[in-house]
Design a protein around this ligand. Structure first.
Ligand code: ATP
Ligand code: MG
Length: 716
């Protein structure tokens, strides 16, 4: 590492430099978006290595995602060369926890080759545990238990540590006991779930101080990115490791804390200063990422939050382009407008990799993906599968494929026992054997086998019911619109109910996706063309590395930056999301606002906000109201674009009764008034801005009344 120390340090401002050069002792960098927190961390690693304070494998560096870990390694390599490759302890909490546990597995009752359970296996196991306790799984679903146990694990609680008052929140006081039984099962299976990867480390270290001492000795420097989103277990984990040397540097931004719903605690920032007295606290105030208007919009918005530590942000960039605000008639038009804008940028030779579309919920992706596929714009979905690749969508597709054709073995196999119908592996194996020996497809094999007595009565009856249903649905498909058929199939098969019973945020997201799926079918003349469209979308975008648009949820966008950021769906109910408001009240609203702030601050040069006046929510058309976050933007930084006059939605009226009836209702009038008003005011905003500066809400006079929705029939 014969690197000139000067080289990388001169690329930093004074405060950043202080954060990098204060190598010894605890350091907390508390600073806003785009101020170079991540850059400080990478430079700090380079500095530790180059100045000989530690070797690469003596540095522990925690990132929020694997992608971030890879990028960090590349950046360090960029600063000091291939020596960075030796950073074995750079990764996510999970990755590093796994690595430590594998080395000492026997001390926590596992073997070093333990398996890490995915969500499905975890649920299966919980079901067994619940059944073993003779608890009615219908009343107390496994998924609910899973989320309770997860939250205990996030807080670093073992079964014995669950507070007595909380043990009762599941199955009348059995929660902690089930948790214990579940942990025992895991051990028998030589398995760990995600929560264990940290929790078992904590136990390992508590019970084996010598092992802990070894790691405290090993990790001379500890660095943590996105610190505001750590949960209690992660915090305890870090605190134990840092206890002796205390060379820990955490960087974070309380205004970007967006994982409260998953147990993250902003209080960890306050705890840090308490547990590491005398910590050097560095504040970075210059934002290097965004142009002036974008930054002022983001800062103004987040200033509405009450619970925040507060900070100033400034940029020396020019004002740049104003944040744009565009109203669309409906979500389809919104997707079309975004597509058009992307094409314009593409024609201007704008790199697609510098464009991102950030959505609040994954169900919003479907229309945008479809649009991009139609336009032939390559894209990738970051942090999750593409819409049609999601498990619940694949299941739904499998049902439709079986309805459409009795020859689709793969599809049949996928859903024959989803939801559970007592058709286990043994039965499926028998069907397979029969199908192979007689040369018929699986469904036909099933049809023939139920007439024999080879199957036991219960699976035989189940199969008979399923086949009868498929015949009925196929018949229905001859006359009914395909979206209605799909709706019926998903309901009558028990598939929708399977998710409804699991009262979790995850299940709610899947149900939204399913509704979006059914709705997407309305755009096609028949089932066949819909299925063809889907295979087209699935095939698109094969191959890696090309220049593509990034599509992701706002949650997945943390830490990233793009020249141009599209922000669709800024409507009340969607964003801020009603669920967050219902479940967490003001705290929920503030977390939503931080999410909006994260979205805006991803943009370097262009931020484009959209809202649609009509959107399907829970499968019904609603006239919507622009998000309150729009009101909270400073008028001087925003340009309201006229929505184009062409509304080519006429064809959709046939299929969308709720939609057509909302036409002409007060909700629509309000939205239209809004459209008119905003173009009228376009000029005055500008002139006002020059005299009064920023501050007033963008929609003066509140054309859009939010509080009077309840009496409006179109919102039913
Ligand atoms: P976030 O809160 O969104 O994670 P951050 O604080 O981690 O943001 P970085 O991603 O490290 O910010 O930096 C934002 C951008 O500013 C990057 O493109 C980075 O290269 C650039 N940058 C940071 N510091 C400087 C500097 N001193 N000189 C020039 N560019 C800088
Ligand atoms: Mg960062």
């Amino acid at each position: 590492a014969s690197v000139s120390v000067q080289g990388y340090l001169t690329d930093l401002n004074e405060e950043q430099r202080r954060a990098v050069e204060t190598l010894d002792g605890p350091v907390l960098v508390l600073a806003g978006a785009g101020t170079g927190k991540t850059r400080v961390l990478t430079t700090r690693i380079a500095h530790v290595i180059a100045s000989g304070k530690a070797r690469p494998f003596e540095i522990l560096s925690v990132t929020f995602t694997n992608k971030a870990a890879r990028e960090m390694k590349e950046r360090v390599a960029g600063l000091i060369g291939p020596v960075a490759e030796g950073m074995q302890w750079l990764g996510t909490f999970h990755a590093i926890g796994t690595k430590i546990l594998r080395r000492h597995a026997e001390l926590v009752g596992l073997r070093s080759d333990f398996t890490i359970l995915g969500v499905d296996d975890q649920l299966r196991l919980m079901k067994q545990v619940i059944e073993a306790e003779r608890i009615d799984e219908k009343r107390w679903p496994a998924r609910q238990l899973a989320s309770i146990i997860d939250s205990w694990k996030n807080r670093g609680l073992t079964p014995a540590q669950v507070p007595p008052g909380e043990a009762g929140i599941f199955a009348q006081g059995k929660g902690a006991k089930l948790y214990e039984a579940y942990q025992e099962r895991l051990k028998t299976l030589n398995a760990a779930d995600f929560g264990d990867l940290l929790l078992e480390c904590l136990r390992l270290w508590r019970e084996n101080p010598d092992v802990l001492a070894q790691y405290q000795e090993r990790f001379r420097y500890i660095l943590v990115d996105e610190y505001q989103d750590t949960n209690v277990a992660q915090y305890l984990w870090l605190r134990l490791l840092a206890q002796t040397r205390k060379n820990i540097c955490c960087v974070g931004d309380d205004d970007q804390s967006i994982y409260g719903w998953r147990g993250a605690e902003v209080d960890n920032i306050l705890r840090f200063e308490h547990d590491f007295p005398g910590a050097t606290v560095v504040r970075l105030e210059r934002n290097y990422r965004s142009t002036g208007y974008i930054l002022s919009a983001a800062s103004h918005l987040i200033a509405q939050n009450q619970s925040r530590l507060g900070k100033t942000l400034r940029t020396e960039e020019e004002d740049g382009e104003k944040v744009t605000l565009t109203g669309a008639w409906d979500s389809e038009e919104e997707a079309r407008l975004i597509g058009e804008e992307i094409e314009v940028l593409q024609n201007r030779k704008h790199a697609l990799s510098e464009i991102a579309v950030l959505v609040r919920v994954s169900a919003q992706m479907r229309e945008i993906e479809d649009r991009l596929v139609t336009l032939g714009v390559p894209y990738r979905v970051i942090g999750g599968p593409r819409f049609y690749e999601r498990a619940e969508i694949r299941d739904a597709l499998a049902y439709l494929r079986c309805t459409n054709s009795f020859y689709d073995d793969l599809a049949f196999e996928r859903i024959v026992n989803v939801p559970k119908r007592g058709l286990g592996d043994a039965t499926i194996q028998m069907l397979h054997n029969y199908a192979r020996s007689t040369g018929v497809p699986l469904m036909e094999a099933a049809r023939q086998m139920i007439e024999t007595d080879e199957l036991r009565p219960k699976p035989r009856q189940s199969l008979r019911d399923l086949l009868t249903s498929f015949s009925r649905w196929a018949k229905m498909a001859e006359t009914m619109p395909q979206s209605e058929v799909a709706q019926t199939v998903l309901e009558e098969s028990g598939y929708t109910e399977m998710w409804q019973k699991e009262r979790t945020a995850d299940a709610a997201g899947r149900l939204e996706n399913l509704k979006e799926f059914v709705r997407s079918m309305e755009e096609f003349p028949d089932m066949q063309s819909f299925l063809e469209h889907v295979s087209l979308v699935m095939e698109a975008n094969e191959g890696e590395g090309e220049d593509r648009v990034s599509l992701m949820t706002l949650h997945a966008a943390k830490g990233l930056e793009f020249d141009t950021v599209f922000l669709p769906g800024w409507e009340e109910g969607l964003f801020p999301n009603q669920r967050a408001l219902d479940e967490s009240g003001r705290a929920g609203l503030e977390e939503e606002r931080r999410l909006a702030h994260v979205g805006l601050t991803r943009a370097k040069r262009r931020a484009k906000i959209y809202f649609a006046s009509n959107r399907r929510i829970h499968g019904l058309w609603n006239s919507t109201v622009p998000s309150r976050f729009i009101d909270e933007l400073p008028e001087g930084s925003v340009e309201v674009l006229d929505a184009p006059a062409h509304y080519s939605h006429q064809s959709r009226f046939d299929n969308a009764p709720a939609f057509s009836s909302s036409y002409g209702t007060p909700g629509w009038q309000r939205a239209q008034a809004y459209n008119n008003k905003k173009s009228d005011n376009h000029q005055s905003y500008r002139s006002q801005n020059s005299s009064t500066g920023r501050g007033a809400p963008i929609i003066e006079g509140k054309v859009i009344a939010r509080s009077d929705n309840s009496g409006d029939a179109s919102f039913a």
